[in-house]
Design a protein around this ligand. Structure first.
Ligand code: ZN
Ligand code: ZN
Length: 417
């Protein structure tokens, strides 16, 4: 059984509680733009599954039925223990190689782009992981772990990793020796020189201790979160493809098939010499690190907050009705969700460009009841949403422009004084 969908309301409640707790103790670890971006990426990675592109299930059942070495009994507790250990071991290597090789890093990077660290970071997941990630779990099926045991263990393993994304949980004494905890996972998300490429475990940290990839969190070296080549964008589509785009660029411009192959299969960060000379990339310097936090007028923040709630309701509705829809309208509704997510990201990155995109996105909402074969009441609901949002957008647009003009004027005064 997959427990993840049942856990989502608890995830959202825990995020709200962590936020309230942080505010009450004077240590708020949330930023609206960063949290919206993380939740947007979580929404997209869940919604992309509606396209049914995932081959993993088919391959897993073939391996399980034809190539399994053993036939493990799902009613035995030992099968469950073996499944958990095997899954966690495969996860360790999958996760480690996802950091060490560009082709897999291109997918996994999404989880690491946040420059904050809180429970919303846990929901920040890739939308391209389905391409290669499943390969690493084939040994579980070759061992004869039944599919239903695998699915249950995988979902519990994922749920376990939620709570470890918090800055409020201190070190947990002897548990630090055995389990992946908030402390050792903070280190995994940090870009400090001594912390990069460590602590890959999902449930047990013993794999890191065994294979030499463990690093302890040190008080004198506080974690600086994020990736070495910062994303500096709130666009969830770009977040999913920016490493692939960089690889494609290097692949096109480098000479020699050996170099091209190494761009695809080489270590993360490696670039062909001919390309890095012609197109150098800035080397990051942690001493001058600043978080990506473009200013957003209050009115735009209010508008985005309101519409992100509407977007969340829309995505939950889409997940519920999608199985009943034909592939074409399902894909079209998913494209609309992606446009909505991009618009929200644009409004917190470049508010004026976001406003323009929103004028395009809003009228398109009328295709939703058409594509989903909605009842007359749903046409009315979307029409009311459109009318209300257009009025709000018109009113807010004026305020946002006025606020941006006053920010620019203040900046001119500051620079001339
Ligand atoms: Zn990672
Ligand atoms: Zn994480």
């Amino acid at each position: 059984m997959d427990f993840v969908p049942h856990a989502v309301p608890f995830f959202l409640l825990a995020i709200a509680l962590e936020y309230v707790w942080g505010r009450s103790v004077g240590r708020d670890t949330y930023r609206l733009n960063d949290s919206i971006n993380s939740l947007s990426l979580g929404t997209l990675s869940t919604a992309i599954k509606l396209l049914g592109l995932d081959l993993a299930g088919t391959v897993f059942s073939v391996v399980e039925s034809r190539f399994a070495v053993f036939r493990l009994d799902a009613s035995s507790v030992w099968t469950w223990i073996a499944a958990l250990l095997a899954y966690d071991f495969c996860y360790y290597w999958f996760h480690r190689i996802s950091h060490e090789r560009s082709l897999l890093w291109a997918a996994h990077v999404v989880h690491h782009q946040s420059e904050e660290f809180n429970l919303s970071t846990a929901l920040r997941q890739t939308s391209t992981g389905f391409l290669l990630g499943w390969v690493f779990y084939l040994p579980c099926f070759a061992l004869g772990i039944p599919a239903k045991v695998f699915v249950t263990v995988a979902s519990l393993h994922l749920i376990y990793q939620f709570w470890i994304h918090s800055r409020h949980i201190p070190k947990l004494g002897p548990l630090e020796w055995v389990l992946v905890t908030a402390s050792n996972h903070r280190v995994h998300h940090a870009q400090n020189p001594g912390y990069v490429d460590t602590n890959y475990g999902g449930l047990l940290i013993i794999w890191d201790r065994l294979f030499g990839t463990f690093a302890e969190e040190r008080e004198q070296d506080p974690c600086v979160y994020g990736i070495l080549g910062p994303l500096r964008s709130w666009n969830p589509l770009w977040a999913n493809v920016h490493i692939y785009a960089g690889m494609l660029h290097d692949l096109r411009h480098t000479r020699g098939w050996g170099s091209k192959l190494r761009v695809l299969l080489g270590r993360t960060g490696w670039r062909p010499e001919d390309v890095s000379l012609r197109y150098p990339r800035e080397k990051p310097d942690l001493r001058s690190f600043t978080r990506f936090d473009p200013p957003v007028p209050t009115a735009a923040r209010f508008y985005v907050g309101l519409h992100f709630l509407a977007l969340s309701a829309f995505s939950l509705w889409l997940m519920a009705v999608a199985p009943e829809l034909a592939p074409a309208p399902r894909a079209a509704l998913l494209a609309y969700l992606a446009l909505w997510l991009v618009t929200v990201g644009m409004m917190i990155e470049r508010p004026l460009a976001g406003l323009r995109l929103e004028w395009l996105r809003l009228p398109l909402c009328l295709v939703v009841p058409v594509l989903s074969g909605g009842l007359p009441a749903s046409y009315l609901m979307w029409a009311a949403y459109l009318a209300g949002s257009l009025a709000l957008l018109f009113w807010m647009g004026k305020i946002v422009r006025a606020q941006l003009r006053s920010v620019e004027a203040a900046a001119v005064v500051c620079s001339s004084s």
